[in-house]
Design a protein around this ligand. Structure first.
Ligand code: HEC
Length: 133
């Protein structure tokens, strides 16, 4: 159930290519996405997303600082580098790339970036497909 709220730069072809790149990854390639994550998903969730006062929650409330934007861009990049513990990689790649793109727009100070971020950071949409319990 993809949420229809992708930022304008989001492009299905690029997502498909990114997904293929990740599938082919494990070894270094010319793509920047073929890197191993340095943080686990659990760590990223605890550090940036968990709870009402999390980094992500502050940003969604419009209270994020430039430092916060940089950190969320880093965390979402790390998230995208991880493999989902559950669900298929194409779906994971689509969701995490959209989130990373939204975080990059925050860093770039794009108009509407906070709203785009709020749409992209859909906890339930991701957890229902990718979070094991
Ligand atoms: C793009 C996907 C994605 C999004 C968006 C996402 N999560 Fe998660 N989250 C995961 C996955 C996958 C796990 C399971 C990690 C595992 O068990 O290895 C997880 C686990 C968690 C955990 C448990 C961490 C732990 O200590 O085991 C919490 C808490 C959490 N997420 C909170 C949130 C909140 C709050 C949001 C929204 C603001 C959110 N997540 C958004 C993918 C996501």
């Amino acid at each position: 159930m993809p949420v229809k709220t992708s930022p304008p730069t989001f492009n299905a072809t690029r997502v498909a290519i990114a997904a293929l790149t990740l599938v082919a990854a494990g070894c270094a390639s010319s793509s920047s996405s073929a890197t191993k994550p340095s943080l686990s998903i659990e760590h990223i969730m605890e550090d940036g997303f968990k709870g009402k006062e999390s980094l992500s929650a502050r940003i969604a409330k419009g209270q994020g600082t430039a430092e916060d934007f940089k950190k969320i861009a880093f965390l979402t990049e790390e998230l995208a580098l991880n493999q989902p513990p559950k669900g298929d990689l194409a779906s994971w790649t689509e969701k995490t790339r959209a989130l990373k793109a939204a975080a990059d727009d925050l860093v770039a100070g794009k108009a509407g970036a906070v709203d785009a971020y709020k749409s992209a950071v859909n906890c339930k949409a991701c957890h229902s497909v990718h979070k094991p319990d």
